[in-house]
Design a protein around this ligand. Structure first.
Ligand code: TXA
Ligand code: MG
Length: 348
């Protein structure tokens, strides 16, 4: 299948191009599109056959439910059978934005979307291109991240192309996704909301609006059974072994120097803050590639660059990647969750 690309830039979202993409969505095709978190792989959420194509293109396990994307808070009424008081408050404050709410599912949503669960994840993204596309398609859009299963989520149209060229009808290129990690998934079906996956909206932000918010056990106990089915899959296991590098800047530098001494020409990647990389000697051996994620004082930028950097090291075929550890509060919770997953928990 030929995969079309529509490049959209700037404020005025290019209507003719987006309409073409929306027509294909209406016709039951699968289209990748930008959101503020990562690129999504969308299909009409009410069309079972179309949604099936998403699972095929990604190679996604059928027991992993999809998020349904909407373009107005009002759309929720059609898709959820009940909307608790706290959910309404959260929608008012955080939508549109990088937050998915798990709510009791309405009949209208096909089982394939929710993997047979009686709940559905719903998100109103804030990316103007995503909003316009959903408006034009005139239907809720089921969309997982637009990567092949097991690869990092795509933060650019180029990443989507690497994974899905030839497998989907088209890609709407809206530039770089600025959050860079997936949305927070918040289950609001119980009395205390539970974060199933940390993401762009932080626990601290949520608690400032609705009071207590719990973390799903799997987020502090690797052996627990996750309530978001997708959290049980290794999200990303690069060819390279990944290790998380802990300690003070001094300790991290010492650890890196020890590693390099015994590396004997092995391809090594270091992804870290500009502060840590700046503290390393300038004349590192040729087998060592470094990548600055951003300043340690700007975890948003570090988070936004993580997936792109992991893909970059993959292309460079390094054998071991060392990723700097960061504080895991605020956006750091999402950052460290993805880093720990990539490393399979391995720390030095
Ligand atoms: O930012 C995002 O959320 C991106 C963009 C495209 O919106 N989408 C995304 O989708 O990351 P995906 O499919 O890669 O991850 C969705 C996660 C999975 O872990 C899935 O198991 C969980 O949300 N999920 C979806 N519906 C659920 C439900 N009803 N109950 C519990 N977990 C659910
Ligand atoms: Mg995904």
């Amino acid at each position: 299948m030929e995969t079309k690309i529509w490049k959209i830039r700037g404020e005025g979202t290019d209507l003719a191009k987006l309409s073409e993409a929306a027509e294909l969505l209406k016709a039951g095709e699968v289209i990748a599109f930008p959101t503020e978190t990562v690129y999504g792989l969308g299909a009409n959420a009410l069309d079972e056959k179309a949604v099936e194509k998403i699972f095929l293109a990604k190679g996604r396990p059928g027991d992993n439910p999809l998020i349904v994307h909407i373009c107005s808070v009002d759309n929720v009424r059609q898709l959820a059978s009940d909307i608790p008081e706290k959910a309404i408050k959260i929608m008012e404050v955080f939508w549109p934005g990088p937050l998915t709410l798990v709510l009791p599912k309405a009949e209208i949503i096909p089982d394939i979307v929710t993997a047979g669960l009686d709940t559905v994840g719903i998100r109103f993204p804030s990316h103007p291109v995503a909003i316009k596309l959903i408006e034009l398609a005139k239907c809720p859009i089921a969309a997982p991240s637009a990567n092949l299963s097991g690869k990092p989520s795509p933060t650019t149209a180029e990443h989507v192309w690497q994974d899905l060229n030839g497998k989907i009808a088209g890609i709407v290129d809206g530039g770089k996704a600025n959050v860079g990690v997936e949305s927070t998934v918040l289950d609001v079906t119980g009395s205390v909301p539970v974060i199933l996956r940390p993401g762009g909206i932080t626990r601290e932000q949520l608690e400032s609006v609705i009071g207590e918010v719990k973390l799903d056990a799997v987020l502090h106990d690797l052996d627990a059974v996750p309530r978001a089915p997708g959290m049980k899959y290794t999200h990303y296991s690069p060819e390279a072994d990944v290790y998380i590098l802990k300690g003070s800047t001094r300790e991290k530098v010492d650890k890196i120097m020890n590693i390099l001494e015994s590396s004997k020409g092995k391809g090594i990647g270091i992804m870290a803050s500009q502060e840590l990389i700046g503290a390393l000697p300038k004349d590192l051996p040729e087998n060592v590639l470094t990548k600055v994620l951003g300043s340690e004082h700007d975890l948003e930028t570090i988070t936004a660059n993580l997936f792109d950097t992991l893909r970059w090291f993959d292309q460079k075929k390094v054998e071991v990647i060392y990723g700097e550890s960061f504080p895991d509060n605020n956006i750091g919770a999402a950052l460290m969750n993805r880093l720990i997953k990539a490393a399979g928990g391995k720390t030095i």
